[in-house]
Design a protein around this ligand. Structure first.
Ligand SMILES: Cc1ncc(COP(=O)(O)O)c(C=O)c1O
Length: 404
């Protein structure tokens, strides 16, 4: 995305033209940015030769997953639906890991039938269920066990997953007990230690702590793991003041760890691959001025992008046409949904805006469309892929007829 003559372009196409052609709200992705992010991620970690499994929960658009497949990445899935779409995109089963605390009988059976690389279990009950199904299939299954390291990932409270009070994984004492108990299972190989401490982590230090704990746990366990799955969580830059995670520092820490441990590293990045590839184009329906502020009422709402309402996340909002008439008054950018939390951002000042004008909500590629809903019986937005000078609808706008 860049401005030319004060007009916003996504790759070579003026964003206003995209909005006019496909309507609003529309998620609009840059293929070039996606490819750059993948290249950048791979380059930074190339010395440790990881298996990179894209976290499908962050974005499950089939066409995007086909791009992931083209780049030789694998997938991290958390449901049967995500496993099916990853396979449909052509991702090889031996590059797929299945995470999540509540996999059902049906989901485990399906994953076993598809011969995926690893089912990453999160409790003893789940392991027993996997063992039971493996026995009926007369197969020996590769699984992982997720460690809860009791670490504060120093990110938004609602996207932290690595503390003891969080529902994910098992604490070290249990981890060691479970390893012992299932070591000689006829139907399971515990091949992987998996861990994921949270999302949007921009400080490398929680990762350093995490690796330290992984190292200690492996040592105590005396177990031979083939894989260590470090999860995702790498943070991105959502505004000019913040910095993304320093991959180089993270890579160095892992390199040191690998000197003592002969394992294959797995990553499950979502946001760092897809987060900054998309902008949500939205039209101003009305501007309502009260004494203290201007309400900029958009045609996108919390059903299209729930991160601000759900996590207090802040996404920058940019005009598609810049002007230099600054209005020094609070601007609340809100959606039309009947909830006070249907608010994207509040800014102290903004350029002069007009009704019917189009704006872009930035960095919405991850946990954007996937978290959208039909709340207020609103249809879901369309998704558009920009590739240099060409445009492609990668998901059609939902029609009211299909949801009523
Ligand atoms: C187990 C697991 N792996 C990977 C991810 C992807 O995280 P991110 O999109 O922050 O990279 C998540 C997201 O919360 C997760 O729960």
């Amino acid at each position: 995305m860049n401005f030319k003559n004060n007009k916003l372009y996504i790759e070579n196409i003026e964003a206003t033209k995209i909005a006019r052609k496909f309507g609003t709200p529309s998620y609009c992705y840059s293929l070039n940015r996606l490819k750059n992010n993948i290249r950048n991620f791979k380059n930074n970690f190339k010395s440790i030769k990881p298996l990179i499994c894209f976290s499908v929960k962050s974005n499950s658009n089939l066409q995007i997953l086909k791009e992931i497949k083209k780049s030789a990445m694998g997938a991290d899935v958390v449901s049967k639906g995500e496993l099916i779409i990853a396979l449909k995109a052509g991702i090889h089963p031996k590059k797929i890991v299945f995470s999540g605390i509540g996999k059902t009988f049906d989901e485990i059976k399906f994953a076993i039938e598809k011969n995926i690389l690893l089912i990453n279990a999160e409790s003893e009950s789940e392991i027993k269920e996997i063992e039971k199904i493996a026995k009926t299939k007369k197969k020996k299954i590769n699984i992982g066990l997720r460690l809860n390291p009791n670490i504060d990932a120093k990110t938004l409270k609602k996207i932290s997953t690595g503390k003891n009070e969080d529902k994910f994984g098992v604490v070290e004492s249990n981890f060691l007990k479970i390893l012992k108990k299932f070591r000689d299972s006829k139907y399971l190989y515990i091949k992987c230690l998996s861990i994921h401490i949270g999302s949007q982590i921009i400080d490398y230090r929680p990762y350093a702590k995490m690796i330290n704990i992984v190292q200690n746990t492996i040592k105590k366990s005396k177990h031979k793991f083939d894989f260590v799955d470090l999860g995702g969580g790498m943070g991105i830059k959502y505004n000019n003041k913040s910095k993304p995670l320093n991959y180089k520092k993270y890579n160095l820490i892992i390199k040191k760890f690998l000197k003592k441990n002969n394992v294959k590293i797995i990553f499950e990045p979502g946001r760092s691959i897809i987060g900054d590839t998309a902008v949500l184009l939205t039209k101003i329906i009305y501007i309502k001025a009260i004494k203290k502020k201007n309400f900029i009422i958009l045609d996108a709402a919390m059903n299209d992008l729930i991160r601000p309402a759900l996590y207090g996340a802040k996404h920058q909002i940019i005009p598609l046409k810049r002007n230099n008439k600054i209005i020094n008054k609070i601007h609340d950018f809100v959606g039309p949904i009947c909830e006070s939390t249907d608010k994207f951002l509040s800014l102290k000042k903004y350029q002069k805006l007009n009704e019917k004008e189009i704006l872009g909500i930035c960095d919405v590629g991850a946990y954007g469309m996937v978290l959208s809903s039909n709340y207020n019986l609103r249809t879901k937005a369309s998704e558009i892929m920009v590739n240099k000078s060409s445009l492609r609808v990668i998901l059609k706008r939902q029609k009211l007829n299909n949801i009523i």
